[in-house]
Ligand binder design. Structure first.
Ligand code: TRP
Length: 340
């Protein structure tokens, strides 16, 4: 056993990851991983991705490798973190089923994140039951590893709250202290969410994202199309920096804060053109993203090795989750024939 805190987080594989994911969570978890203070588990949540993509299994299947490549590209290190595939850990499904009895339908319907997501998705054929209950499956993901530190975006707080409730109820009803309550680890205020090129939330479906895998030309093209200040027509006009995506991005990505302050002042005074400032941003982003892109390309040359890494990680994760499962079965009295 370890005296380190246990960290667990995950992503749904529904496509490649973008710089919003990078800023909102990938960056954080790599830093935590490298601190050496945590035993760290990173999960590709393919089972959860299927809750709203059940009829598009190929998308989920193909995205597993893409997400694994994105992880490796940003510095998630399989020597330091166990990277695994949710669907390959049977205990997660078994735990989910038992936890479901401790949660009311009304409570599930009130989960704010699920509510928002339901509004965004139009489930023509009705809400899949699996989708409505995915917060419970997420509680299984977290508790199977007895994880206490969960680095995620702010939108995941309701999932953690629901997990804590399940932990308390379980420990209470089945008289034990087997399960452990998790806490979220969130990005610093104002840095968690990065808007898309058009100023709206960055997302795959809106087509306004910059991907970690975008090549240099695509990156430049996207930056050139960015929303700036519609009233800044002539170079000499004073410009606005509020809601101007170029400056929003510079605030997040440029480490040279003095230069950013100087450029802002110049832009507001007038005399600084959009093209010039965009070229500067392209350089800043290219400096950050080129090393990530290169690492990604290197790993992409050997997809078999990446899948092998996932397989090993899944085996390791399975041992840990199975142990918790045995404890849970014992506490509930469903271990009739001893351990298996
Ligand atoms: N719901 C998370 C997301 O969409 C992904 C996820 C699944 C997760 N299981 C998890 C995150 C467990 C943290 C812990 O981003």
């Amino acid at each position: 056993m370890t005296d380190k805190q246990i960290l667990l987080t995950g992503d749904r594989p529904t496509g490649k990851m973008h710089i919003g994911h990078y800023v909102g969570s990938l960056r954080n978890r790599v830093e935590l991983q490298n601190s050496g203070k945590y035993e760290s588990y990173i999960m590709i949540a393919d089972k959860q991705a299927l809750t709203d993509n059940a009829r598009d299994p190929k998308k989920v299947h193909d995205s597993v490798l893409q997400v694994a490549l994105d992880y490796l590209a940003v510095g998630v290190d399989p020597e330091k973190s166990t990277i695994f595939l949710q669907s390959q850990i049977p205990a997660l499904s078994e735990l989910t089923e038992y936890y479901l009895n401790l949660v009311s339908l009304g409570r599930l319907e009130r989960n704010p994140t699920v509510k928002t997501e339901l509004k965004m998705r139009n489930f023509g054929e009705g809400i899949p039951a699996g989708f409505l209950i995915y917060p419970v499956s997420q509680a299984a993901d977290i508790t199977a590893f007895k994880a206490t530190v969960i680095p995620v975006g702010d939108d995941q707080e309701p999932m953690l709250e629901q997990t804590r409730e399940i932990v308390r109820t379980f420990n209470n009803v089945y008289s034990g202290d087997i399960l452990v309550e998790p806490q979220g680890y969130f990005p610093p205020k104002g840095q968690g969410r990065i808007p898309g090129l058009d100023g709206v939330k960055m997302s795959k479906s809106l087509g306004n994202a910059i991907y970690l895998s975008d090549d240099a030309d695509t990156l430049a093209k996207k930056v050139k199309s960015m929303y700036t200040d519609p009233e800044h027509i002539n170079i000499d006009d004073p410009g606005h920096i509020e809601g101007n995506m170029v400056f929003t991005y510079l605030d997040i990505f440029d480490d040279d804060k003095e230069e950013v302050a100087r450029l802002k002042e110049h832009y507001q005074r007038g005399g600084l053109g959009d093209m010039k400032i965009k070229k500067y941003l392209i350089e800043v982003l290219e400096n950050k993203l080129a090393p990530i892109r290169e690492r990604r390309e290197m790993f992409a040359q050997n997809p078999e090795a990446v899948m092998k890494m996932l397989e090993e990680g899944s085996k390791k994760a399975n041992l840990v989750a199975s142990q918790t499962m045995r404890e849970v079965r014992h506490a509930m009295g469903v271990d009739y024939f001893g351990e298996f």
